[in-house]
Design a protein around this ligand. Structure first.
Ligand code: BTN
Length: 275
């Protein structure tokens, strides 16, 4: 795609070479596509997948006109302010294995941020990354199944707030809930080293998806800001919220909760707010 937009200093386009030079991945980012603008890097990854794009294809965009969040929400993707990254993976796993992927990705993104910025967010189950209770990064994993029900491919989308200098740069609805790397570190942040660190950490996670599971689970639990908290739980497709206490994350990354009547349940999908 032609890079013909005008950027001011704070919004210089992502430089592909500055990322490539820092990559030590076995698989991810080969190829690495860096775009000025796209509707959604996840949607684009799906389109490329239909055309046969290979396992490990990574797509980054300076801005998204229709960035997608979980539960059908929109993901604010201001120009030059974030890392909007999607990975197309064709792992050939049984479908059941794919359900751990988002949680493992949350840990990998924490690893990448720690390596590149010295900052390790907390994980709000299932996969929001927070610092000081505010959202720094969201993850959206989408699966495509083959007609026989097996996993055809998956697309992992990572949206990281980087360059917003103050809360006022976010749109009204998330101003009080969102934070960026620049706000946290009090200085401008170059996106390329961070993007490379995310790709390196994701590559390490992908390579050790089975052998490293226990370590990732241990880090997930350690990074969790959910375990031990009183929460409101919303199940997919239900507007209703249920009060519960989050007790633990089990070996399948499900959230073990206890309801006020004493019943316990392991929840594998849904959304929570911390009370
Ligand atoms: C969420 O917090 O609800 C998930 C947000 C995921 C946003 C990323 S940005 C890159 C990729 N492309 C999208 O359209 N969404 C994901």
């Amino acid at each position: 795609m032609e890079r013909n937009r005008v950027f001011n200093e704070a919004q210089s386009p992502i430089r592909k070479e500055e990322i490539s030079a820092r990559l030590h991945t076995a698989l991810l980012g080969k190829p690495l596509l860096v775009l000025d603008q796209i509707d959604s890097t996840n949607r684009y990854a799906f389109r490329l997948a239909q055309e046969g794009a290979r396992d490990g294809t990574a797509i980054l965009a300076d801005t998204q006109t229709a960035g997608q969040g979980r539960m059908g929400r929109r993901f604010q993707s201001a120009s030059g302010r974030g890392i909007y990254l999607s990975l197309l993976l064709r792992p050939g796993w049984p479908l059941s294995q794919a359900f751990y992927f988002t949680a493992m990705t949350a840990v990998a993104v924490c690893d990448g941020l720690e390596a590149s910025c010295g900052l390790r967010p907390q994980i709000k189950w299932p996969n929001d990354l927070l610092v000081d209770g505010k959202k720094l990064c969201g993850i959206l994993t989408e699966l495509k199944t083959a007609p026989d029900g097996t996993l055809a491919y998956l697309v992992a989308g990572i949206g990281l707030n980087v360059g917003q200098k103050s809360a006022g740069e976010f749109e009204d609805d998330i101003q009080s809930k969102a934070i960026s790397l620049s706000m946290l570190l009090g200085r401008p942040i170059q996106r390329e080293p961070v993007a490379a660190a995310l790709l390196n950490a994701m590559d390490a996670m992908y390579a050790r998806y089975f052998t490293g599971r226990r370590e990732y689970l241990a880090r997930y639990r350690k990074d969790s800001c959910t375990i031990g908290r009183e929460i409101l739980l919303a199940r997919p497709g239900s507007g209703a919220q249920t009060a519960a206490k989050a007790l633990d994350v089990d070996d399948r990354f499900a959230l073990v909760v206890r309801y006020p009547d004493g019943r316990q349940e392991a929840i594998s999908s849904g959304e929570i707010s911390i009370r």
